[in-house]
Design a binder for this molecule. Structure first.
Ligand SMILES: [Fe+2]
Ligand SMILES: [Fe+2]
Length: 196
């Protein structure tokens, strides 16, 4: 079978493009977070951006494995171009992750399996699981930034300074680290994960 005639060929190209763009969008939110002094948030966003870049690599390598080097692939697909405040951008990111793990990748995996590409189906499914956790993290970050609760909790938590490692258990993190003087935005975040 000519792989370039399958739907999976185009889906891999679409997934590659989508992951590249998601990675870039998260870099842009990270940039805004850095400018706002939210260093730990920026670090988290850069880590997720790196995840997306590696998803792109996985899809790129699968396409090359099955189709070899290609001069030109015409990708007919829509991609989000959302922007807004940091909180709004985090909400858009959560929605984008949701559509990836609920609709796009499950449907790409089904098609790949129908067309006989089990290796591709497996990767789409595994990436979907990661995107599900990304959605959870983005929803948490959106709520926390919107409500100003990134550094407070209902019950006491251990807060750790990302700069010097100073630790203190309280309902709220310090405004300025008593040990090294770093600002609150340097304090490590408490991120939720669903786990699989
Ligand atoms: Fe991804
Ligand atoms: Fe993601």
């Amino acid at each position: 079978m000519d792989f370039t005639q399958t739907q999976t060929y185009f889906n891999l190209a679409r997934a590659f493009a989508g992951e590249c763009q998601a990675g870039m969008r998260y870099q842009l939110i990270a940039r805004a977070a850095t400018a706002a002094g939210l260093t730990a948030l920026a670090d988290t966003l850069r880590t997720i951006a790196k995840n997306e870049t590696n998803h792109a690599r996985v899809f790129f390598e699968l396409l090359i494995k099955h189709a070899g080097s290609r001069d030109d692939i015409r990708v007919d697909a829509g991609y989000p171009f959302h922007t807004g405040t940091i909180a709004e951008s985090l909400a858009f990111a959560a929605e984008d992750e949701k559509s990836e793990h609920e609709n796009i990748y499950p449907s790409f995996a089904r098609t790949a399996r129908e067309e006989g590409f089990e290796d591709v189906a497996f990767k789409f499914e595994e990436v979907a699981k990661v995107e599900e956790n990304h959605e959870i993290v983005f929803r948490y970050l959106h709520e926390s930034v919107k409500n100003g609760t990134l550094y407070s909790a209902e019950h006491p938590l251990i807060w750790i300074c990302g700069e010097c490692g100073y630790m203190h258990t309280a309902k709220e993190a310090w405004k300025v680290c008593p040990l090294c003087g770093a600002k609150q935005g340097e304090v490590d975040l408490h991120l939720p994960y669903k786990g699989v």
